[in-house]
Design a protein around this ligand. Structure first.
Ligand code: MN
Length: 416
């Protein structure tokens, strides 16, 4: 595809993408999409009548300062909007191309705006779906023989996270304080976490949910999914280790979760569909998925300390390594009749791969601090230090273009 707006070959936002987000400029927020190095104001385009064929004047596609209303309209609508945008911005279409007045109202250089949290997040659930991650963590804590818990190959494990502390890329994160027990022979102590970690994850937003008492079958799950973002599920390992039994993570996880600002639709990801791993145990029928249920998305984590000039890559992984896929996540989450709502965020769990350089957390990269990471600045890291910035990026690529997510970055500030 070619647009009258220039896009570099390596741009994350070619006309094949058209992700959705919310930007702020001069104190005002609006709903937007991205094309090359520009954001396109979709509320402005709507007010100029460009979406009249999808939604007549009585209804609005874009209202409020989050994507929630648009998401609640369902995938038929978001698909139609994306198609219309691809047509409207095509190089050969003069409609907007030759209307400088309208172009000035809608097209803004991305560097002039600030991206904000795109969704008013209803609930946040975090899965634990990477076999490699679960095995690595299990091996560290329970030994190689008992690395995977007996339930893991049968059931997608998850916990309910906290939506109030989900923040957008660029938001600083204060080091959490909490209760830990560094010496098992002594009473617990209180103070700033000494084992602050990141978790490389991807998440999806529910567009249209299900009623209480109903379930979403795996085969219909994707019609309920609006799109995906990159997720950094910050974790305080020392707090986690002391608090997690018997109910799972609590304060070790809910102090902050960072997400990337652009929500990439499953329609944009369609060319990158791929099969997932083979299931070692026969799954119960409600978890069966047909065809290619996952996506080939390159993932990268880099770290920049305050003394470094450029970020240093510390992990390269891929979304396709996940054992359980999004369809299974949504089917499992609702199989008991739990209702989901527009704006629910469901994250994958840390996405580690088979090789050492594809480990998606410091816990695994440094093997619980026993193999410190050497940075190009000469510094060493066991976990994340104050002043460090963690940057995650994600994109799909074929011979013609990239479909990217941009990045999610977060800097750690000292505890006060
Ligand atoms: Mn997590």
């Amino acid at each position: 595809m070619k647009s009258f707006i220039h896009c570099d070959r390596n741009s994350h936002f070619p006309p094949e993408n058209f992700p959705f987000g919310v930007y702020e400029m001069n104190g005002e927020k609006s709903i937007c999409t991205a094309l090359g190095d520009y954001v396109i104001d979709l509320k402005a385009l709507e007010s100029l009548g460009y979406f009249d064929e999808i939604m007549n004047k009585d209804g609005k596609l874009f209202s409020g300062v989050s994507l929630n209303h648009f998401m609640s309209l369902g995938r038929v609508i978001s698909r139609a909007v994306r198609k219309l945008l691809q047509d409207l911005f095509a190089e050969s279409n003069p409609k907007l191309r030759d209307n400088p007045g309208h172009r000035n109202m809608c097209i803004i250089p991305a560097k002039r705006v600030r991206m904000v949290l795109p969704v008013d997040i209803s609930g946040y659930t975090d899965f634990y779906s990477s076999r490699e991650h679960a095995s690595n963590v299990g091996e560290m804590f329970r030994g190689k023989e008992n690395a995977l818990m007996p339930n893991w190959l049968h059931i997608p494990i998850a916990y309910h996270g906290r939506s109030s502390s989900v923040v957008v890329s660029g938001t600083d994160v204060k080091r959490p304080k909490g209760q830990t027990r560094p010496d098992p022979e002594k009473p617990p102590v209180f103070g700033p976490s000494k084992q602050l970690d990141f978790e490389l994850e991807m998440g999806f937003f529910v567009g249209t949910g299900n009623d209480l008492g109903e379930s979403i079958p795996a085969g219909e799950a994707e019609e309920h999914i609006f799109g995906m973002v990159i997720v950094n599920d910050w974790s305080a390992r020392d707090v986690q280790n002391w608090e997690y039994q018997p109910l799972g993570p609590f304060l070790a996880k809910n102090f902050a979760t960072s997400v990337s600002p652009w929500v990439v639709t499953l329609d944009a990801l369609e060319p990158f569909r791929t099969e997932g791993p083979k299931f070692e145990k026969e799954l119960l029928p409600y978890l069966h998925t047909k065809g290619n249920p996952t996506f080939d998305i390159n993932l990268e984590v880099s770290l920049k300390s305050e003394t470094m000039e450029a970020p240093y890559t510390i992990c390269k992984s891929n979304y396709k390594y996940l054992y359980y896929n999004m369809r299974q996540h949504l089917a499992h989450h609702t199989i008991n009749g739990c209702n989901t709502r527009t704006g629910d965020l469901m994250a994958s769990g840390t996405i580690s791969g088979p090789s050492k350089d594809s480990r998606g957390s410091m816990l695994e990269i440094t093997w619980r601090g026993t193999e410190p990471l050497k940075l190009p600045s000469g510094e060493e890291r066991k976990f994340i230090e104050d002043g460090d910035t963690v940057i995650m990026s994600a994109y799909c690529e074929n011979k013609d273009f990239r479909i990217g997510f941009g990045e999610v970055a977060g800097k750690i500030l000292p505890a006060d």
